[in-house]
Design a protein around this ligand. Structure first.
Ligand SMILES: [Fe+2]
Ligand SMILES: [Fe+2]
Length: 351
């Protein structure tokens, strides 16, 4: 809430003489006064605009004191309510102070007592607003820094993964797409936001173990012998070794994905021959999106498959290669994958 230069004081008073005197004293101190004579009018005023303090005659306030204090606090928790009361009404003042009123001034009114009490109330409110503004500023600054750190971390990982894999035909775009597809699927499966953010990065590292595979095998265009294929398959374990041992959840997930993204639902995959839910869900997600991306993009030895063909080829793997539940979810959100492929990650260097 912005505070005008002149603190605004709402005076709730039905005695003309007291109203006139309070207004005169407070305006002489530089305050702007708004005068009302009952609780309903006071509530209307509180709804419309911000006041630094509210001076309420105890006789009026007492009738609907609970309503006035509650309404004032509801509209602006920082507004200071000062009760104007004859000294014999001390116990009534105490009752309203317990409900959240800030203070009181006694009748007959004393100019110093009124102006000092109001000045303290105005100052208290100014300090509260300042401190709230500072807290808000610090909170926004921290959030902005976290966002910058997250962005820096993501860009660094993408470039390092790309550097590790650029001997292969994998491109920076492939790596980004795998991250985004995996996050889309995880979100559709109901993962929480933190895990969705984690898999967006973790999935990009699925083939990081290829850094340990010799060029002669990794880049061979011809069919690999069974011995060579066995060597290539070791990229899963190598990747897991590179990523193991961290306490960072995102890296623990990346390790699972690196190790398990070639496992198959029916247990016929590698490197451990895990089946069904023995395979971490993150690995089952990446198994689907990695095949989708490979089929929907050209390879040196074949063009890209059209979208319907990709789906038909992959549907054969439901229940065998792929977790059927995740595969069905993939079919439901596949239009988002197409959007990522065409709009979010057009070919080029990762950004
Ligand atoms: Fe792989
Ligand atoms: Fe891949």
């Amino acid at each position: 809430m912005t505070e005008s230069q002149r603190p605004r004081i709402l005076i709730v008073e039905n005695e003309p003489q007291a109203s006139e005197i309070l207004t005169r004293w407070l305006e002489a101190e530089g305050h702007e006064c708004v005068l009302v004579s009952d609780v309903d009018e006071a509530c209307q005023q509180l709804e419309q605009d911000g006041f630094s303090a509210l001076l309420a005659d105890i006789v009026i306030a007492e009738k609907s004191g609970i309503e006035l204090v509650a309404k004032a606090k509801e509209h602006d928790p920082d507004v200071a309510i000062i009760l104007v009361a004859p000294s014999e009404d001390h116990h009534k003042v105490i009752k309203l102070l317990k409900m959240g009123a800030y203070g009181s001034v006694m009748k007959p009114l004393d100019q110093d007592e009124v102006t000092i009490t109001v000045a303290h109330a105005v100052e208290r409110r100014r300090l509260l607003l300042d401190s709230r503004q500072t807290q808000q500023h610090v909170k926004e600054e921290i959030q902005a820094r976290i966002a910058r750190m997250g962005e820096r971390e993501e860009h660094t990982i993408l470039r390092l993964v790309w550097a590790a894999e650029c001997r292969d035909e994998a491109t920076g775009d492939h790596i980004r797409r795998i991250g985004l597809y995996s996050a889309t699927l995880a979100e559709a499966l109901g993962w929480d936001q933190q895990q969705v953010d984690d898999i967006r990065l973790a999935a990009t590292m699925h083939d990081i173990g290829k850094i340990g595979i010799a060029d002669g095998i990794l880049l061979r265009a011809e069919r690999l012998t069974s011995e060579e294929f066995a060597v290539l398959r070791r990229h899963t374990e190598m990747g897991a070794r590179i990523l193991a041992g961290s306490e960072v959840p995102m890296l623990q997930m990346a390790r699972d994905i690196a190790l398990c993204h070639h496992e198959r639902w029916d247990g016929s995959g590698y490197s451990q021959g895990l089946a069904a839910e023995e395979i971490p869900e993150s690995g089952r997600i990446v198994a689907i999106v990695d095949v989708y991306d490979a089929l929907s993009h050209p390879r040196v030895y074949r063009p890209a498959h059209p979208e319907e063909e990709v789906t038909a080829i992959m549907a054969d793997g439901r229940d065998k290669h792929f977790d059927p539940r995740i595969f069905d979810c993939f079919l439901e959100v596949k239009s988002k994958f197409q959007h990522i492929r065409k709009e979010v990650v057009p070919e080029g260097v990762p950004s």
